[in-house]
Design a protein around this ligand. Structure first.
Ligand code: 15L
Length: 278
């Protein structure tokens, strides 16, 4: 199906008339909120948590992703979405289901109804967390989720593929690694995504001319990595940061690696041993 180009505003030259950021009060939502404002006439921000003061070109619209009527209203008049909303770590399936599975379906269905052109979906490296750390993988390989959270993100990616194939709604699924101010442990030397590179990646995902459904790993230009993003080069994402300056301090703090520990063997790290949740 042929995708329509993302809407640009003829009046202002800004890329979008109305851009929606879900999960705007979360860790990465707070980072991206001020950085997305310059791409659009209006930034609509949503969360269930407190969103703070309204910025100059912002609209604040709290919404429960599990509430279909609320999500239909949330998407009205929206050109493009950065969808970060939902549970962002491993939990029992019952806690993941409403926001990550039902809620992401609501976002796609409401985007279809609203004629939204593109969604940038915060997927996760945990879609493939059960690949080993001695494997280099690409987005073309089958998912191997490392828990219910990773499964919910795999569902979101499948939803994105279906809505593109059936309705031409484009998505870039970002399999985000570890986006924090700096890498926190040796695993994150491979998975780290700096906040500036996160902004570069999201901007590329929003503005690349045609994306269909593209899956890309969200990482900085780290020397040691497990992910090959060659298939997403059309996004034009060029990371500028690297975890390397943090290596010496992290290796000094954690001089040896126990390869009998699944958290050191698998790409998903500690996520692979969480649960069962009874
Ligand atoms: C994620 O998907 C989480 O949202 C984040 O909190 C980190 O734990 C990250 O993965 C990671 O793999 O380091």
């Amino acid at each position: 199906m042929k995708p329509a180009p993302a809407a640009a505003s003829p009046a202002t030259g800004l890329r979008f008339r109305r851009l929606l950021l879900t999960g705007a009060a979360g860790g990465l939502g707070r980072v991206l909120r001020p950085r997305l404002a310059g791409l659009c006439e209006t930034l609509r921000v949503s969360d269930i948590a407190e969103l703070g003061a309204t910025g100059p070109n912002e609209e604040v619209m709290p919404a429960q992703l599990a509430d279909k009527a609320a999500v239909l209203s949330l998407l009205a008049g929206v050109d493009a979405v950065v969808h970060l909303g939902g549970v962002s770590t491993e939990h029992a399936f019952e806690d993941i289901l409403p926001a990550n599975i039902v809620g992401t379906y609501h976002v796609y269905e409401a985007a279809r109804v609203a004629g939204t052109k593109r969604i940038v979906f915060a997927s996760s490296n945990h879609v493939t967390g059960f690949y080993r750390q001695d494997e280099t993988i690409s987005p073309k390989l089958s998912p191997r989720p490392d828990g219910y959270y990773g499964l919910s993100k795999a569902f979101g990616e499948n939803l994105a593929q279906f809505y593109f194939d059936r309705y031409g709604l484009e998505t870039v699924s970002l399999r985000i690694g570890s986006s924090f101010p700096e890498p926190r442990d040796r695993r994150m030397l491979a998975t780290w995504l700096s906040y500036d590179d996160l902004e570069r990646l999201v901007t590329a995902a929003l503005t690349a001319p045609a994306v269909g459904h593209t899956i890309v790993y969200g990482m900085s230009d780290n020397r040691l990595t497990w992910w090959d993003n060659t298939s997403a080069r059309h996004l034009g994402y060029r990371p500028a940061d690297s975890s390397e300056p943090f290596r010496a301090a992290l290796e000094a703090r954690q001089p040896t690696i126990d390869l009998d520990d699944p958290a050191a063997l698998y790409q998903g790290g500690a996520f692979v041993t969480q649960g069962p949740f009874e």
